[in-house]
Design a protein around this ligand. Structure first.
Ligand SMILES: Nc1ncnc2c1ncn2[C@@H]1O[C@H](COP(=O)(O)OP(=O)(O)OP(=O)(O)O)[C@@H](O)[C@H]1O
Ligand SMILES: [Mg+2]
Length: 455
C-alpha cells in the first residue's frame, strides 16, 4: 500500500517512467513491448507489477479523465490535436512514458464538452477486446479526443464478477440464486452483459437483475442481487432520460433527502445512487411489497394501529430532520418482515420552505396544499397518513371520485362500522381541514390509543 501511494505521488511528479521501467529489461522489439504493456494492464502475466495495477485501476477504471494540468504545455504540441477536438488536459507523465498506449483509432471518443457525463463515453467498436500489438502505435495524431488509453483497455476487459454467496446470511431465502450462476460470469459474453445504452453499465456490472417488483409514474423498480456481496436489494431507476441539469437536480433531491436522513427502521434504507445513461439509479433496501397490496385485504384494528404507529414514528424522524415527505400513501409504504417502511422520497422537501414544493398524489393531499398554502408541511404528511389509514380500513383503493375525496378534504369522514370510536376520532383530527389542529407526528406517537399495541 505504501509502495502504491509512493508510486502515485511519484507519478504526480512525473516520474512514472523511472518507476515503471527501472527494474525491467528494455523491450527488444514491438512484440516484447506489447506483452509488457499487457502486463502493465494486469491482463496477463503472473509477475505483473501489482502496485502499478492497483494504481491504474484506482485512477482509470471508470475512465475518469485526468485533469492534471501539464507543467509543460508544449508536451501537447507533439500530438497535433485539432482545435475542434482538443483533449482534456493530461498529466505529462502519461504522454511521455512507454505506458502510453494508443487509443484504438475511432474506438473511443470523448468530446471535451461532454466530459461531465460518463454516458457520453462511446465505445463504438467492441468486437475484439483483446489487446494486440497492432494497438501500439507511436503516432497519436489521429486521436479525436482524450480518454486515458489504459482506461480504454481496462474497460474493454471489465467483466461482471460472479454472483457470490454471502456466508453471513442466516436465512437461505435471503439469497437469490443466480440462474446463470458462476457459469454466467465465466462465459464469453461479459462485455455485452455489462454494456448498455451508451457505454459500460455500472448497474449490469455490479448487479444481477432478478425481476421487476414495482413501477411508479417515473420509475421502475427491480429486485437485484449484488454480485460482490451476495445480498438482495431494490434498484429504482428513472424511466425518463434526464438530459437537463435541472431535471437531474430535481431527481437527485430524492437521494439527497434519503442520504441526509440516514438509518431508521421505518424508513426504507438507502445505499447508493449514480447516473447512468442519463438515468438516475438508486440502490435501496429490498422490501417485500407495498401496503397497497394490503388495501384489498381486511385488516384488523390492531394491524391498523401498528401500521399507523410505525409510520408516525417514521414521520417524526423525518420531520425532526426538517424534511416533509409530501407523498404518504399506501404505494409508498413498504413492508419488510412485517415492519412498515416509508419509501419514495421523490416529493420530499424542506419544512422551512427553502426548497420548491411538489405535492404528491392529489388524492391524499389536504386542501391547503392544493391551494398552495405551504405553512404546515409536516401536517400535510399527517393528513395523508389519515387518508392512507382510512383507505386501509375501507379495504379498497380510493377512487378518483371527486365528491368522496372532497368530503375527506373537508374533514367529513364517513363512519367506519366495526372500528372503535377512538380510532375514528383520531382519524378525524388527523384529517382536520385546519392543519394547525392536526396532531404532530410526535403527538400522534404519544396518543393513548397506541397503549393497546405497546409492549
Ligand atoms: N425498496 C423497495 N422494495 C420493494 N419494493 C419497492 C421498493 N421501492 C419501490 N418499490 C415498489 O415500486 C413501486 C414504485 O416505486 P416508487 O414509488 O419509489 O416509484 P415512483 O416512480 O417514485 O412512484 P410515484 O408514481 O409514486 O411517483 C412502489 O410502489 C413499490 O411497490
Ligand atoms: Mg411511489
Amino acid at each position: 500500500m505504501e509502495g502504491t501511494l509512493e508510486r502515485h505521488s511519484l507519478l504526480q511528479l512525473g516520474q512514472l517512467s523511472k518507476l515503471s521501467f527501472d527494474n525491467r529489461p528494455p523491450p527488444s522489439n514491438a512484440a516484447d513491448s506489447s506483452s509488457e504493456l499487457r502486463n502493465e494492464l494486469g491482463s496477463v502475466g503472473a509477475d505483473a507489477d501489482y502496485g502499478e495495477k492497483e494504481f491504474i485501476l484506482s485512477q482509470d477504471f471508470f475512465c475518469t479523465p485526468d485533469y492534471i494540468t501539464p507543467d509543460n504545455q508544449n508536451l501537447m504540441n507533439g500530438l497535433e490535436i485539432s482545435e475542434d477536438y482538443s483533449p482534456c488536459p493530461t498529466s505529462p507523465v502519461k504522454l511521455t512514458t512507454a505506458k502510453s498506449k494508443r487509443c484504438r483509432q475511432d474506438s473511443f471518443t470523448l468530446k471535451p464538452s461532454d466530459s461531465t457525463w460518463p454516458s457520453k463515453y462511446r465505445l463504438d467498436e467492441q468486437e475484439n477486446d483483446d489487446i494486440g500489438t497492432d494497438e501500439i502505435m507511436a503516432d497519436d495524431t489521429e486521436r479525436t479526443g482524450y480518454v486515458s488509453r489504459t482506461a480504454v483497455a481496462l474497460r474493454c476487459r471489465v467483466m461482471p464478477p460472479p454472483c457470490l454467496k454471502n456466508p453471513y446470511l442466516m436465512n437461505e431465502s435471503d439469497t437469490a440464486t443466480d440462474p446463470f450462476g458462476y457459469q454466467r460470469s465465466k462465459c464469453a459474453s461479459f462485455l455485452p452483459a455489462s454494456m448498455a445504452g451508451d457505454g459500460l453499465s455500472r448497474y449490469l456490472t455490479d448487479f444481477h437483475e432478478i425481476q421487476q417488483i414495482g413501477a411508479g409514474n417515473f420509475s421502475r423498480v427491480f429486485k437485484v442481487l449484488k454480485r460482490i456481496d451476495g445480498c438482495l436489494y431494490a434498484v429504482k431507476y428513472s424511466t425518463r432520460k434526464l438530459y437537463l441539469g435541472s431535471e437531474r437536480s430535481k431527481a437527485m433531491m430524492e437521494v439527497q433527502a434519503l442520504a441526509v436522513l440516514g438509518f431508521h427502521e421505518n424508513v426504507v434504507g438507502y445505499y447508493n445512487s449514480w447516473f447512468e445513461n442519463e438515468q438516475l439509479y438508486i440502490q435501496l433496501e429490498l422490501c417485500d411489497h407495498s401496503l397497497s397490496k394490503k388495501s384489498s385485504l381486511r385488516i384488523s384494528e390492531r394491524e391498523i394501529l401498528v401500521i399507523m404507529h410505525q409510520i408516525a414514528k417514521a414521520l417524526q424522524f423525518v420531520h425532526e430532520r426538517g424534511i416533509a415527505h409530501l407523498d404518504v400513501k399506501p404505494e409508498n409504504i413498504y413492508i419488510k418482515n412485517g415492519v412498515c417502511k416509508l419509501g419514495d422520497f421523490g416529493c420530499a422537501t424542506r419544512l422551512d420552505k427553502s426548497l420548491p414544493v411538489e405535492e404528491g398524489d392529489a388524492r391524499y393531499m389536504p386542501q391547503e396544499i392544493l391551494n398552495e398554502n405551504y405553512e404546515h408541511l409536516d401536517k400535510v404528511d399527517i393528513f395523508s397518513l389519515g387518508v392512507t389509514v382510512y383507505e386501509l380500513i375501507r379495504g379498497s383503493p380510493l377512487t378518483e371520485s371527486r365528491n368522496k375525496s372532497l368530503n375527506i378534504k373537508e374533514g367529513k369522514l364517513p363512519l367506519l362500522p366495526g372500528h372503535s370510536l377512538q380510532l375514528q376520532q383520531l382519524l378525524k383530527t388527523m384529517m382536520d381541514r385546519d392543519p394547525s389542529r392536526r396532531p404532530s407526528a410526535r403527538e400522534l406517537m404519544e396518543h393513548p390509543m397506541f397503549d393497546r399495541i405497546r409492549d
